[in-house]
Design a protein around this ligand. Structure first.
Ligand SMILES: *[C@@H]1O[C@H](CO)[C@@H](O)[C@H](O)[C@H]1NC(C)=O
Ligand SMILES: *[C@@H]1O[C@H](CO)[C@@H](O)[C@H](O)[C@H]1NC(C)=O
Ligand SMILES: *[C@@H]1O[C@H](CO)[C@@H](O)[C@H](O)[C@H]1NC(C)=O
Ligand SMILES: *[C@@H]1O[C@H](CO)[C@@H](O)[C@H](O)[C@H]1NC(C)=O
Ligand SMILES: *[C@@H]1O[C@H](CO)[C@@H](O)[C@H](O)[C@H]1NC(C)=O
Ligand SMILES: *[C@@H]1O[C@H](CO)[C@@H](O)[C@H](O)[C@H]1NC(C)=O
Length: 483
């Protein structure tokens, strides 16, 4: 008995020593990789765990075990703390099932060179190896630049909602797309999304197209395929309205009958406005842009409405103020994050007559009475009183300034020019770039001063205004009546 106990004691000792020795080897190897070769670690290395010195604020560690002499269990030791957690095996089991499903459906095969991104523990990389997809690596974070060449991988996976936590989802997505081979698949596990943000999410992966989505263990699994550069820009003036139609159904109804006291009714309507960011998640966008067309004073719509009231989901917006009236320009000097375009938004580049007519409004900032500028084409210059201002092609400018991946809010108060600007935006497809829009439509409204008398300033009727709003909503533009 004693002998047996002694033997097993020796055995235990040997095993312990061996484990201890293995641990030392691993630790020394780590130290070597990190201190000596830290920055020169490449995707081909069989064992590497490094922190890039690049400017990327997000973690950029590489989990890999591609070398022949390291069996798959070596990859676990790459991140000892995470791998030791009791959840590790559970996760590996889950991912094994996920990947086996993807193999069965033809999105993945044992020959696929695979990448997992945003995987701190490398459990998904480990799962891939378990099912013999040997050429697999992982990035622990979502670096702004992946250390791989274009068109490297057959399969890219991002699990556990990692992309939802990215500070720059558009950048993370474009790096995935860049390193994925054409005609191959990217699979993402993400939290469930409203239709609008789902659509913005998919769009970040252009030129990948959506293949399928399914519910999976608290996440939505989205499969996309990288297309060889598509040429579908043909239908320029047909906006993609997926995700927006639902929202258009939910926003406040238009005021159907012409208000008798428009100066009260329209202003009151502000409390009914259902803003897009109060209905949908706007996280999956690249830049956030607010364009105030006919901005007037800085304190009016930009500060008192957009800055104070528009729900921004904590995003910081680039603001463009378009205002031709020189009177207001000084206020925009040294306003951080605000770009003044001292021109009139118009349908082409040309000089315009900017008339200051008798109708006046209060300028909130300095109490001055200041006429609203109405613009006329330059040809009639001889006839007029009024300044000459430079008009610019607003639709063209918008297409240069914003992309489909940006979140763009436009407020437009242009004294009747909306009946020229809107059709131009539609015709050029620039309207598709606008996510949410607020338009003051100018018509021959009843006047406050004189009951029963319509304003002579504008020719359009309320019905024409309604038509303008309804046609935009039919196109999937979230447009609101501004006052
Ligand atoms: C992956 O590696 C395992 C173990 O080294 C080996 O048995 C298997 O054949 C490899 N699979 C492929 C597809 O190379
Ligand atoms: C890699 O892809 C990016 C974007 O897809 C492109 O801008 C870049 O020129 C490509 N690089 C090479 C070396 O082809
Ligand atoms: C593009 O549009 C034109 C005219 O609308 C049409 O004739 C042509 O077939 C379209 N091309 C593609 C690739 O869809
Ligand atoms: C908003 O952003 C600030 C700083 O960028 C951050 O401290 C704060 O937690 C954020 N709030 C929400 C609700 O996300
Ligand atoms: C209008 O002016 C802008 C800025 O000067 C210029 O970039 C653009 O090409 C012009 N557009 C047309 C149609 O002339
Ligand atoms: C103001 O507008 C009215 C109506 O369009 C017009 O008859 C009048 O000439 C304008 N006044 C000035 C000073 O341009």
């Amino acid at each position: 008995m004693e002998l047996a106990a002694g033997k097993s004691g020796i055995l235990r000792n040997v095993v312990l020593r061996f484990l201890f020795f293995s641990l030392i080897v691993v630790v020394v190897r780590f130290a070597y990789v990190i201190t000596i070769r830290g920055e020169s670690c490449t995707a081909g290395d069989d064992f590497c765990f490094f922190s890039s010195s690049s400017t990327s604020p997000e973690n950029q560690n590489l989990v890999t075990a591609t070398g022949g002499h390291l069996d798959s269990s070596s990859s676990v030791t790459l991140n000892p703390t995470a791998a030791a957690s009791p959840d590790f095996n559970k996760h590996v089991f889950f991912y094994t099932t996920v990947f086996q499903n993807l193999i069965a459906d033809g999105f993945l095969s044992t020959n696929s060179k695979s990448l997992c991104v945003g995987t701190p523990a490398g459990d998904d990389v480990y799962a891939l190896k378990q099912i013999n997809i040997n050429d697999s690596v992982g990035l622990t974070g979502l670096p702004h630049r992946h250390p791989f060449n274009n068109n490297t991988f057959d399969f890219i996976f991002s699990g556990n909602g990692a992309l939802d936590r990215s500070t720059k989802p558009s950048q993370s997505a474009s790096e995935i797309v860049r390193t994925l081979k054409p005609e191959r698949y990217v699979v993402v596990h993400t939290s469930s999304k409203d239709p609008y943000s789902f659509n913005s999410f998919i769009r970040l992966f252009k030129p990948c197209t959506f293949i399928r989505s399914r519910q999976i263990d608290g996440f939505v699994e989205i499969t996309m395929k990288k297309q060889i550069q598509q040429t579908d820009e043909n239908s320029t003036n047909q906006c993609s309205i997926e995700g927006k139609q639902e929202l258009v159904k939910k926003i406040e109804p238009l005021i159907e009958s012409e208000p008798l006291k428009p100066w009260i009714t329209l202003k009151k309507n502000l409390i009914n406005v259902k803003y897009l960011p109060s209905m949908a998640d706007i996280s999956y966008k690249q830049n956030y842009v607010y364009i105030d067309v006919g901005a007037r004073s800085y304190g009016s719509s930009i500060v008192s409405w957009f800055k104070k009231q528009y729900p921004k989901q904590n995003k910081s917006f680039d603001i463009y103020a378009i205002e031709a009236d020189k009177h207001f320009h000084n206020q925009y000097k040294s306003k951080k994050g605000v770009t003044l375009l001292p021109y009139a938004a118009w349908v082409k580049n040309e000089s315009l007559i900017f008339e200051i007519n008798q109708t006046t409004i209060r300028d909130n900032d300095n109490g001055n009475e200041r006429g609203m500028g109405r613009i006329r084409r330059g040809e009639s210059r001889k006839s007029g009183s009024g300044d000459v201002v430079q008009g610019f092609d607003f639709a063209e400018w918008l297409k240069k300034t914003a992309s489909e991946n940006d979140f763009v809010v436009v407020k437009m108060d242009v004294e009747g020019a909306e009946f020229e600007l809107i059709p131009k935006l539609v015709e050029t497809g620039a309207i598709c770039l606008i996510d949410e829009m607020f338009i003051e439509c100018h018509y021959n409204r009843w006047q406050k001063c004189c009951p029963g008398v319509r304003s002579p300033k504008y020719e359009k009727t309320y019905v024409q205004c309604l038509d303008l709003f309804m046609s935009l909503r039919r196109r999937g533009v979230l447009v609101h009546q501004w006052w």
